[in-house]
Design a protein around this ligand. Structure first.
Ligand SMILES: Cc1ncc(COP(=O)(O)O)c(C=O)c1O
Length: 458
């Protein structure tokens, strides 16, 4: 892939560089709505098709090596196909993929969650993060007898009806197509980082039984949340008798071996986990205080929450999860991924400043956000993990508002043309990313923004 500027546009170069993907997409359009199996994979004029991946890279059907910042939608803290995880899954595959019975691996997997995650007195496996938050909310309704819950604008907790509300811009109360009003009515959403608003809302609405949030901020830190807010929330929920749920589907095992709750020393009552938990295979869990989780048990004189699920505690996912969590427990994968992301943020900012471009990179831990059209103070290049800037005082509608499809498509195309798969205006690192990957990514961004400016896309 040539990184040099030519007369052709990014879109034209993209089409020329990925002909095999284009052909696959033509076929996929006849099978899948929009040609894809996940909304995030929709891309104009077509997405890339990948045939193998290892470490920090994936290879597409046109033979390009691509540095990957999707990292399995956040699931691959160790990068793609680590040898020990592959071996563990292969060994288990030969022994059986589903016993329809209890098994040793689920015990080992659950024990590791208990050991790593501060609130995890008890654990129940699910098949996904969406199922874990669904379970958390129903469990809270049973335990508290209160039908409603509080969430934050711009916080994503999966795609089930209850949490679809206020997950994405616009944050003006617009309903989500297909979600019944009666369901939407049990979700109360408030802006992040406003403790007074939370306290007032909970005091004024006794029907709210619990509070759920992404503990480093919605959409993995687009509007960052820091420890002070988490400590305040813990205090409010304890004082007002509400259950506090950290949705650590992304942050769990990523920001620290025990997640954001360990890093910030704030223990929620319940935590939803998935992604890294299952080592890149499907799987999730709800973990939390025994007193609450015990409502999954039959106890005399008390209701029990029903919870089936064909793939709960699946042996293959358990084998992968155990292999990954043993590496997570050393702290090394988190340290390496955080260090790479910090280096990338700093180098992107140095590059933006050197070009005099009004762009900024920010973010905490192993998560990186890129913000165009930014005129405010720049982050300190020496800022450590989690003490960086919150741009624009955390203005939700700018940081996480509707973005220009033309711009985000151009960024994606430009980065892919330069050998980098980047989530529109964001990326996540794994422990497999190298200094050479970071250097190539900065050059890719420089070429991409340069082309965008030349084409007048913004
Ligand atoms: C914070 C958060 N919660 C829940 C989910 C849903 O998890 P899943 O995609 O496994 O259903 C996601 C998925 O990205 C997430 O980021």
């Amino acid at each position: 892939m040539s990184a040099t500027a030519t007369r052709s546009t990014l879109a034209e170069r993209y089409i020329a560089a990925f002909p095999q993907s284009q052909a696959r997409y033509a076929q996929a359009r006849t099978i899948f709505p929009a040609g894809v199996t996940h909304d995030v994979r929709m891309m104009d004029p077509f997405p890339i098709y990948v045939e193998r991946a290892k470490g920090s890279q994936k290879w597409d059907v046109d033979g390009h090596a691509i540095i990957d910042y999707f990292v399995g939608h956040g699931a691959l803290l160790l990068g793609h196909s680590p040898d020990d995880v592959v071996a563990a899954v292969q060994e288990q595959m030969a022994k059986g993929t589903h016993y329809g019975s209890c098994h040793d691996l689920e015990i080992g997997w659950g024990e590791r969650v208990q050991q790593l995650v501060p609130c995890a007195e008890r654990v129940r496996f699910t098949s996904s993060g969406t199922e874990a938050t669904l379970m958390a909310l129903r469990l809270c309704r049973i335990v508290t007898g209160k039908p409603k819950f509080l969430k934050f604008l711009g916080h994503f907790h999966g795609w089930h009806d209850y949490v679809a509300i206020a997950a994405d811009a616009p944050y003006d109360g617009t309903g989500v197509p297909g979600v019944p009003d009666a369901v939407a009515g049990v979700c109360v959403s408030v802006p992040p980082n406003d403790l007074n608003r939370v306290e007032e809302t909970l005091k004024n609405d006794p029907a709210i039984g619990c509070v759920i949030l992404e503990p480093t901020g919605g959409h993995w830190g687009t509007v960052p949340i820091r420890g002070e807010f988490l400590r305040g929330l813990r205090d409010i929920c304890t004082r007002l008798g509400r259950i506090l749920i950290f949705d650590e589907v992304i942050t769990g095992f990523r920001v620290a071996p025990g997640g954001a709750q360990q890093y910030y020393g704030v223990t929620p009552d319940l935590t939803s986990l998935a992604k890294i938990l299952a080592g890149g295979l499907p799987g999730g869990c709800l973990a939390g205080r025994e007193e609450i989780m015990s409502y999954l048990e039959p106890r005399p004189g008390r209701v029990k929450m029903k919870h089936p699920g064909t793939y709960n505690g699946n042996p293959l996912s358990a084998a992968a999860g155990i292999a990954v969590l043993d590496r997570v427990a050393t702290g090394e994968p988190t340290r390496a991924a955080n260090a790479s992301a910090q280096q990338l943020r700093n180098r992107l900012n140095a590059m933006f400043a050197a070009n005099n471009w009004p762009w900024v990179a920010y973010g905490d831990f192993s998560m990186i956000k890129v913000l165009p059209n930014y005129q405010g103070p720049r982050p300190d290049p020496n800022a450590g993990v989690n003490d960086g800037l919150i741009p624009l005082n955390g203005d939700l509608n700018v940081l996480d508002g509707a973005s220009s499809a033309r711009l985000t498509t151009a960024v994606r195309q430009g980065m892919l043309l330069n050998g980098v798969d980047w989530w529109k205006l964001a990326g996540m690192t794994s422990s497999a990313h190298t200094a050479a990957d970071i250097a190539q990514t900065v050059t890719a961004m420089e070429n991409t923004v340069g082309a965008i400016l030349r084409e007048g896309i913004m």
